[in-house]
Design a protein around this ligand. Structure first.
Ligand SMILES: Cc1cc2nc3c(=O)[nH]c(=O)nc-3n(C[C@H](O)[C@H](O)[C@H](O)COP(=O)(O)O)c2cc1C
Length: 295
């Protein structure tokens, strides 16, 4: 769940078909690099060919009031078409992030979004306040779980509370067992499943949240298993204004370029001048029936 609160400095000239305004922030691409998958924005910059400029925004690792060491190992485990993780919010604490890490970020590259976590409401408030008073472009609050029956209800509550945007979904809880040891593989017993395995779930949740958020013009960052341009296009058609890429980076750190190119090719082939024209254009059975009646 995201609450995007701050105006950003003007960004370098963006490629028109992919550029968009997201809550007043200028994104050069609809791609957002996801929290926990890119460290504090530096993780992939050592890889030749990788650039944060290929993403409209980069979300920093979840940050808490005090430093956290995280969970015991194993913390990650590859599964068919995805991975389980239970990092346990390892981070150096908000003070270090604001004082030491933020000044090292190059805000001409992309928009940087903080990701806030905590054990109490007071901790969430304190960490959010620290980021609000910092140069960060926006603040995402980690709270809208897909592990619930009807995600629309939580989306409604977030909108009532004044959120500027929604990020949908986070990981889906799961586990793996070592049969020889008869123990859970993940030190924390359970972990969050991400990657292509969760894409159909994420897509449905984005579709459902768009039903609630669309009428209020609250933009969605759709995420969960996006690996290709086709995946990104599905999320955009379902109602996402921006699309998150996380686990796919572990397989291919240069995946954003391919996704950007694929989206641009699709837009040109369908006579669309800008990616925002595609947002929420899903044709449901009802739309098609209305079309047949009127046609
Ligand atoms: C290793 C790892 C660490 C993550 N850490 C965070 C985090 O600190 N805060 C958060 O809100 N989401 C976190 N996530 C969830 C991702 O931001 C994203 O919502 C999720 O992985 C689904 O997208 P994906 O399938 O493209 O990875 C993490 C995911 C992974 C794989």
């Amino acid at each position: 769940m995201a609450s995007l609160e701050k105006d950003a400095p003007a960004q370098a000239a963006a490629v028109a078909p992919l550029a968009l305004d997201f809550c007043g922030l200028q994104f050069a691409s609809p791609i957002v690099l996801l929290s926990g998958c890119v460290g504090f924005g530096e993780e992939y910059t050592r890889i030749e060919g990788f650039s944060n400029r290929d993403a409209g925004a980069v979300v920093l690792k979840g940050t808490t009031g005090s430093a956290r060491l995280g969970n015991p190992p194993h913390r990650v485990y590859e599964t068919p078409a995805g991975m389980l993780n239970a990092i346990g919010l390892q981070n150096p604490g908000v003070d270090h992030v604001v004082r030491v890490i933020l000044p090292q970020l190059d805000f001409t590259e992309t928009r940087f979004i903080a990701n806030v976590s905590g054990s109490t409401i007071e901790e969430y408030v304190e960490v959010t306040r620290r980021f609000d008073a910092s140069p960060i472009d926006a603040v995402e609050v980690n709270m809208l779980s897909p592990n619930q029956t009807d995600i629309r209800e939580n989306a409604r509550r977030c909108i009532e509370a004044g959120t500027d945007a929604l990020a949908v979904i986070n990981t889906v809880m799961g586990m793996a067992i070592d049969v020889e040891e008869r123990r859970p593989v993940i030190g924390n017993v359970q972990g969050g499943l991400s990657g292509p395995a969760i894409k159909p779930i994420a897509l449905l949740k984005v579709h459902q949240v768009y039903e609630v958020a669309g009428p209020h013009r609250i933009p969605i960052i759709g995420q969960g298993g996006i690996t290709t341009a086709q995946d990104a296009l599905e999320f955009i058609i379902a109602g996402a204004t921006a699309v998150g890429v996380g686990t796919a980076l572990f397989y291919d750190p240069l995946v954003c370029r391919r996704i950007n190119e694929g989206i641009a090719t699709y837009l040109a082939a369908h006579g669309l001048a800008n990616v925002t024209e595609l947002v929420g254009t899903l044709r449901t059975a009802k739309d098609l029936a209305d079309c047949a009646l009127s046609g």
